[in-house]
Design a protein around this ligand. Structure first.
Ligand code: F6P
Length: 416
């Protein structure tokens, strides 16, 4: 039997627990007896709400420091017992940001090698949104949202002041948990299950994502591109019908762009699911058509024939003057999707309400398409895509929720 301790490392809200759960799930699927040991759970169980106060984490609070140390040791002892009684992989989930704590753990965890996995990502926007979501946890229920955010940020600051990144540990892996990339490794390949762990770390996990396009907008009706139009009456009807799809279903997060048509499409879904967290991500805004914004395709053809033909010739690489192209928007849309997956922890029940070009980019990250074909992926307004993707399974389904309504102007760019 091959045994291993995995010790998570990183500041709060960096995706440690999400990755720890993914690792556990991956091991269990391989038939490897695995258990998670979470410091936070012990803290909440034994110390209750007082330990949510930031002062508990102040580095010079001797009592708080000792209590956290004691809980980390108790957690390690539980993990040891698990390996001693037939367990194969024990994952210790905690911040473990100080070298002294990590050295202490290494002294205790003698039954098997120890792999430290450090979770890092330094996107300030993402941190702010993640903390907003964390502030809604039951642990902070006695505080206002603002107060809870302040407490959590203060907690992060205290941890940052004692943070020492992995460097001298015998076996480690540093992971960018936003991009799912291995940033650095030290002797990790020598350890049991290395290839399996690496595979899980770099896989994008989507356990149930609905990808919808906003309902018909005033510009769609007029055949204009870009802008920030509202929905038409028919578009609102599509939004209500989309919401009906989620009646009685679990929905934890709705991600929109910052555009009115996306926000207005989300409104009926959010009204039906008040418990759902809405996150607005400008990275999901529609392609910026630059000097062509608000024009109709036929106007572009008449007034700027060179631009029109250049786009026709190579739609993927074409970039609107003073705007974007598919090739140049790719990175920001992918960042938006990654943020959404990070915030939702890849759990089931997330809805993304995007735009035609944005949804094409998102879809192209899941289904293989030659780049030249990406700008032509079918993104109707009366259907949504349902996507599941793990490193073992991929599911991709187009679900119709309303009958189509006649000719759709914005799909007819080259047929007019
Ligand atoms: O027409 C709707 C729209 O979302 C426009 O705002 C955007 O410019 C266009 O679709 C993107 O699709 P295409 O790349 O096919 O022009």
């Amino acid at each position: 039997m091959r045994r291993l301790f995995i010790v998570m490392v990183g500041l709060p809200a960096r995706g440690k627990s999400t990755l720890a759960h993914r690792l556990k799930e991956g091991f269990i699927a391989e038939g490897i007896a695995t258990e998670l040991f979470n410091n936070g759970e012990l803290r909440r169980k034994f110390l209750g709400p007082s330990s949510s106060h930031p002062e508990f984490y102040r580095p010079d609070n001797e009592l708080g420091r000792k209590q956290r140390e004691d809980l980390a040791v108790m957690n390690a002892l539980h993990a040891k017992e698990f390996l001693e009684s037939g367990g194969e992989v024990a994952i210790l989930d905690g911040t473990n940001v100080g070298r002294k704590r990590r050295d202490h753990l290494c002294e205790l965890l003698t039954e098997a090698p120890v792999l430290f996995i450090e979770c890092a990502n330094n996107d300030d926007d993402l941190l702010a949104t993640t903390v907003q979501c964390k502030a809604r946890l039951p642990e902070f229920s006695s505080l206002s949202q603002e107060e809870a955010v302040r407490c959590f940020m203060q907690r992060i600051e205290y941890y940052s002041s004692i943070y020492s990144p992995l460097s001298s540990e015998a076996h480690y892996m540093r992971v960018d948990t936003l991009r799912n990339q291995v940033l650095a490794e030290n002797n990790a390949a020598e350890l049991p299950y290395y290839l399996h762990i690496r595979d899980v770390v770099v896989s994008d996990l989507v356990r149930g994502m609905y990808l919808a396009r906003h309902g018909e907008s005033v510009f769609n009706l007029e055949g204009r591109i870009g802008g920030d139009p509202s929905l038409t009456e028919h578009g609102m009807e599509q939004a209500y019908n989309l919401a009906e799809q989620f009646r009685g279903k679990h929905l934890a997060y709705v991600f929109t762009s910052s555009r009115k048509r996306s926000l207005e499409t989300a409104a009926p879904v959010l009204a039906m699911h008040p418990e759902c967290i809405h996150v607005c991500l400008p990275e999901l805004d529609e392609i910026d058509a630059g000097i062509c914004d608000s024009m109709r395709y036929e106007d572009i053809r008449e007034q700027m024939p060179e631009e029109y033909l250049a786009r026709h010739h190579d739609k993927y690489h074409y970039v609107y003057p003073q705007g974007e192209g598919y090739s140049t928007m790719c990175e920001r849309v992918e960042r938006g999707l990654r943020k959404a997956l990070f915030i939702s922890g890849g759990k089931p029940g997330m809805l993304v309400i995007g735009h035609q070009a944005v949804n094409r980019m998102i879809l192209s990250l899941f289904v293989f398409r030659n780049t030249k074909d990406v700008p032509y992926i079918y993104v109707p307004q009366n259907q949504y895509y349902y996507i599941e993707a793990t490193h073992r399974r991929k599911l991709f389904e187009l679900v119709r929720f309303m009958a189509p309504q006649g000719e759709n102007h914005d799909d007819s760019e080259f047929s007019t």
